[in-house]
Design a protein. Structure first.
Length: 269
């Protein structure tokens, strides 16, 4: 059992520890805003939002008297099948649950409010969530994000007009929260989110998402192997480039020498 009670009578924040994994995809240059949401939740810029997240990372902070761990992950392409997601990204997504032992309480599926979802998102989402655990949906809250001012009514009308969003919410037991990430002063948004997470934990019988520890070992080995292979390939390519450069320089030297000889011959007769 991973769940600690601070005080059973304290209804406002019964949990002392919350472990969160952020997941989501991207459309072209439109990211889902996972790292931004992670920074917002923790109240500090601990995740880099100026470049794409290549590795899953865990950060911890005390937030509203809870010890909150947030794991940020690489995004996939919302409409692409999993086979199109780089193997290393898939391993990093899988590894995310091992970065908050003994396992996450909740997955936050981060979706920008302004995004339009086509039907292809469904299959891609299912395939990518299979990387995590069999029952991810029962531990997931949909986190709608926006950088511009946006009312709850706008979010609701967006959902009403999108059959795919309705399907996703249905899979997640209609659990959702809206975060305006440009309004970082409004910490009440985070407090309400933490309360929703605690309600989910209570409804899940205080069970966190189960994690296969032996899989963690296998993943770490796979990552080491992939990184080693990539580094070897990089060395080989460097060597080939240097060899080619020398050949070209040598060839250029010969050509220059021939040109100079020809010029001197024609000048001197
Ligand atoms: N317009 C718009 N911009 C956003 C939204 N969410 C995040 N951004 C901006 O997009 C940039 C990248 O956001 P991130 O939070 O790093 O996105 P991410 O999901 O972590 O992206 P990956 O790590 O590549 O998967 C930041 O400058 C954000 O301010 C959104 O909902 N709408
Ligand atoms: Mg990121």
């Amino acid at each position: 059992m991973c769940y600690n009670f601070k005080n059973k009578t304290s209804q406002s924040h019964p949990a002392t520890e919350l472990r969160i994994v952020l997941i989501g995809g991207r459309y072209n240059d439109f990211p889902s805003g996972k790292s931004s949401a992670g920074n917002f939740i923790l109240g500090q810029n601990v995740f880099n939002t100026s470049r794409r997240t290549a590795q899953s990372e865990a950060r911890q902070q005390e937030v509203f008297s809870r010890r909150v761990t947030v794991v940020d992950t690489p995004g996939w392409w919302w409409t692409w099948p999993r086979e199109n997601t780089p193997k290393l990204d898939q391993i990093e997504i899988q590894n995310s649950v091992h970065l908050c032992p003994p396992g996450p309480h909740v997955f936050l599926l981060v979706i920008p409010v302004s995004l339009y979802f086509s039907q292809r998102v469904k299959a891609s989402l299912k395939q990518h969530l299979e990387l995590l655990n069999a029952d991810v949906f029962s531990h997931t809250i949909v986190l709608f994000t926006a950088v511009d001012p946006c009312s709850d009514e706008t979010v609701e009308s967006k959902i009403r007009r999108s059959p795919v969003l309705q399907w996703i919410l249905q899979q997640c037991g209609n659990r959702k929260h809206f975060l305006n990430i440009s309004n970082r002063e409004d910490r009440d948004q985070v407090k309400k989110l933490l309360e929703k997470i605690e309600t989910l934990i209570t409804n899940n019988g205080f069970r966190h998402c189960s994690v296969d520890r032996s899989q963690g070992e296998t993943l770490r080995k796979e990552m080491r192997d992939l990184t080693e292979r990539a580094s070897k390939r990089f060395d080989q390519v460097q060597k080939q480039r240097n060899k080619l450069k020398l050949q070209i320089e040598g060839r250029l030297g010969v050509t220059l020498f021939e040109i100079i000889c020809n010029i001197s011959y024609s000048v001197c007769g």
